[in-house]
Design a protein. Structure first.
Length: 343
């Protein structure tokens, strides 16, 4: 169905009958203050707008501008009616839609809402039981609950549950502060719901490059212990590092990757150092030689202190004069030992 503006540009003329005029005049319901009442109003307005557009599209002649003005007025009423004041205890969270937020950033959000008006209403979807699923705005809801508020402004979204999930994912994906791990979780959910799409088609649908999609999906190839750490610290590893670590793990060094990420989580390494640590060939531990010692005593005093570690021997005499006198005897004895070893 072509739009009114398209038809106007083609010089079409449309008129409303008296019946249409009366119907349009009646399309100004007062906005109910309850959630269910507003939901019914929203559905009625949508139907009225659709019906009116269909009628206008089927007729010719008349005042296009007047018809367009009526539809515009109804659409404004719809936008107003779509905003509800909802009780917090009627909001439900759907698994997988919540995005991660750093504790410090959440604290800032909560304190801002403590002192200021909510600028961006949350987005919800009506449930069959009269409650509402949160599509986006989970942290705003958390903040309102902690602040002891009872209601919050919300925009009612139309569409199926799958459309709501996809909409929340796409909206979050465009946020610059969304962690790569969260994008991976969202992509996996999107793939499960759309198994008919290959990786290239997924990239086209979500609006990011195929290499980046491939890098994000590399989190799936990390050891389970690493993903368990990332569930608690989602900003720990970016997609590029995840791809490198996944390749190392698949090369037979999964334990090394787990240790690297554990050290990263404990702030013993940064991300680049963790990747290098995982890639390094683990060197065998060198056993430190055990030194052997004995003393040659002259009564209660030590005439010579002998210490040997592997092939190095150290002699410490009681005095320089003794050392000087013994040196020649040691030389002759060593030469004798060498000669005997050749026989």
């Amino acid at each position: 169905m072509s739009s009114l503006r398209d038809r106007m540009s083609k010089g079409f003329a449309i008129s409303l009958s008296d019946e249409d005029e009366a119907q349009a005049a009646a399309m100004k319901p007062s906005t109910p203050t309850t959630g269910p009442g507003q939901t019914m109003t929203i559905a009625a307005l949508r139907k009225q707008i659709a019906d009116l557009k269909e009628q206008l599209d089927a007729k010719g002649g008349g005042d296009i501008q007047a018809a367009e003005a009526k539809i515009h007025a109804l659409e404004e009423q719809l936008a107003k009616a779509s905003t509800l004041d909802l009780a917090l205890d009627r909001l439900r969270e759907v698994s997988g839609r919540r995005r991660y937020m750093e504790p410090a950033k959440y604290h800032e959000l909560r304190e801002n809402l403590r002192h200021n008006k909510l600028v961006h209403p949350i987005v919800v979807r009506a449930r069959g039981d009269g409650d509402y699923d949160i599509v986006s705005g989970h942290h705003r809801v958390d903040a309102y609950r902690e602040l002891g508020r009872e209601t919050i402004r919300a925009v009612l979204e139309d569409g199926t549950e799958d459309q709501a999930d996809d909409g929340a994912f796409f909206a979050n994906l465009m946020q610059s502060d969304l962690t790569d791990y969260e994008k991976y979780v969202g992509l996996k959910r999107f793939q499960r719901k759309h198994p008919e799409l290959n990786q290239k088609e997924v990239a086209e649908r979500v609006g990011i490059s195929q290499p980046h999609v491939s890098a994000l999906l590399s989190y799936e190839r990390l050891p389970d212990q690493v993903r368990a750490i990332l569930e608690k610290q989602m900003a720990l590893i970016g997609a590029t590092a995840a791809a490198e670590l996944a390749a190392v793990a698949e090369g037979g060094k999964a334990d090394r990757v787990v240790e690297a990420v554990q050290r990263l989580s404990e702030k013993k390494l940064d991300q680049a150092q963790a990747v290098r640590f995982a890639k390094e060939v683990e060197k065998p531990k060198v056993t430190k030689p055990v030194a052997t010692t004995f003393k040659v005593k002259d009564g209660k005093s030590t005439w010579c202190d002998v210490r040997r570690a592997r092939n190095v021997m150290r002699l410490e005499f009681q005095s320089e004069a003794i050392a000087e006198g013994v040196q020649e005897a040691i030389r002759r004895h060593l030469e004798s030992l060498m000669a005997d070893s050749k026989q």
